[in-house]
Design a protein around this ligand. Structure first.
Ligand SMILES: [Zn+2]
Length: 110
């Protein structure tokens, strides 16, 4: 079995963190990234989407710099946080049918 690659913690690239790495804002960004590092992709997307709710224009770009997630991913997370989820979707990390096909179905050997 292949060992799971350990996910590294993203380092914020915002101007405040670059110029004042020991500031309160930099510590807050670092804390956000430490929390995100332990979540699965759905949780990570939704936490950042929740953080994006109060931000106005330019918020997605700023959060993208802080977290390293792309703007479409943050936008999707923001939309997911605002809608009610069905019980079956709540359990799954990815949509049904997502991901690589099972090897039994993908076998080309006859
Ligand atoms: Zn920062």
């Amino acid at each position: 079995m292949k060992a799971k690659k350990k996910q590294s913690i993203h380092k914020c690239t915002c101007a405040t963190c670059r110029h004042h790495p020991k500031s309160a804002v930099a510590k807050e960004h670092s804390a956000i990234n430490r929390v995100l590092a332990v979540l699965h992709e759905k949780g990570r997307r939704r936490v950042v989407g929740l953080l994006a709710l109060p931000w106005g224009r330019g918020g997605l770009t700023q959060l993208s710099k802080i977290t390293g997630l792309s703007r479409p991913t943050i936008r999707r997370g923001r939309d997911e946080v605002q809608k009610v989820e069905r019980a079956t979707e709540r359990v799954r990390v990815r949509r049904a049918g997502a991901g690589r096909p099972l090897t039994e179905k993908n076998s080309r050997v006859c």
